[in-house]
Design a protein around this ligand. Sequence first.
Ligand SMILES: Cc1cc2nc3c(=O)[nH]c(=O)nc-3n(C[C@H](O)[C@H](O)[C@H](O)COP(=O)(O)OP(=O)(O)OC[C@H]3O[C@@H](n4cnc5c(N)ncnc54)[C@H](O)[C@@H]3O)c2cc1C
Length: 406
Amino acid sequence: MSLHYDVIVVGARCAGSPTAMLLARRGYRVLVVDRSRFPSDTISTHLIHPPGVAALRDWGLLDRLIATGCPPISTYAFDFGPFTLAGRPGHAAADVAYSPRRTVLDKLLVDGAAEAGADVREAVTVDDVAMEDARVVGIRSHAKGGPTVTDYARVVVGADGRHSSVAKAVSPARYHERPPILAGYYSYWSGLPMDGRFETYVRPGRGFAAMPTHDDLTLVVGGWPTAEFEANRSDIEGNYLKMFELALDFAERLGAATRMERIVGTAVPNYFTTPFGPGWVLVGDAGYNKDFITAQGITDAFRDAELCAAAIDHALAGTRPFESAMRDYQQTRDAHVLPMFEFTCQLAALEPPPPELAELLAAIHGNQEEMDAFARLNAGVTSPAEFFAPSNVERIMTLAGAPTPA
Ligand SMILES: Cc1cc2nc3c(=O)[nH]c(=O)nc-3n(C[C@H](O)[C@H](O)[C@H](O)COP(=O)(O)OP(=O)(O)OC[C@H]3O[C@@H](n4cnc5c(N)ncnc54)[C@H](O)[C@@H]3O)c2cc1C
């Protein structure tokens, strides 16, 4: 068997192209394959929090994104009905967020991988992995109407999303599994200026958000619990529009705007997988997934691409055994995302905040420093574990002169 590649990456969007790019920049022979042809859209809204923006800057891709005319987002505003918490999500590494169309973002990432020296094959579907002695040694793929082609590599990376064909072939162990919690739908509107703000509205049984994107459009996304999925699916447009009446000012602004595209959406499961085994690694949604209400998926995929590429580099360079480098990748990933995973699942239920959280939110209201900290929590800059630590909660309550929750 002759090895053609060091690494084959299946999937070329938020997780796959950065993984391929980072490995190609380290001098590895990398192939990245995707059944899409870029630019192409995918079902996903696309808020990138400041840590994700910092990754783009570190990779030398942020200036290209800014040059596409994508408007920066400097304020996150959370409207809970009685009050709004508006703060700055930025941190030292990046002071704003962006919400680029996936047609623009994903193309930019694919180009980054190609420029780094990776071979990019678009419009090619991976059908299966090639196995030898219970080890993944390559992929079998085909272009439309073409023959099956087998390519070999020392490591195959599944960056092929929630319906990963690599994961299906290797059946990784799953943990922390939860079924879909929220059904979300979105479209693009013109005539709805956002002035650099990402706005979120939290109402019992409903949550919705608006963010500026390319071409002077505003993405408006909202959802309801999956328990209503069946009942509402015959009139998604009616239910989507009715939801905004729960925030009259927003409904009025939307009433003066024009919807430019069809409404699309979905509901996603929540899970972690063991992201490695003999000859294979999973990254991005293929490796773990959570509801999109906290908009962490792209930023997480970027961070995991860095972790995963560094671990593969160790394994291929022989500086660490594959198993130990990958175990660290998994543990670092899990330690980082588990608190946000729990917070996300809680928010996605769209239930009224429990009394102690309601008291905390009220105590934050009006204190700009704490509202900034709350924005950073939602941006994934500060871990929920840190923000909701008893000492921090007590500090906020004391500052507000409120009794500390029991
Ligand atoms: C409704 C919705 C809203 C969201 N909103 C946000 C948000 O605002 N912010 C945020 O950060 N995240 C958001 N997310 C999550 C985000 O979309 C994902 O976390 C992110 O796209 C994961 O990137 P990925 O590269 O792992 O997978 P994907 O983006 O799914 O890319 C996988 C790629 O693999 C390719 N592929 C799959 N199978 C094969 C095959 N057999 N052969 C070849 N190619 C294959 C696909 O064509 C695709 O291009 C949202 C998700 C949804 C569903």
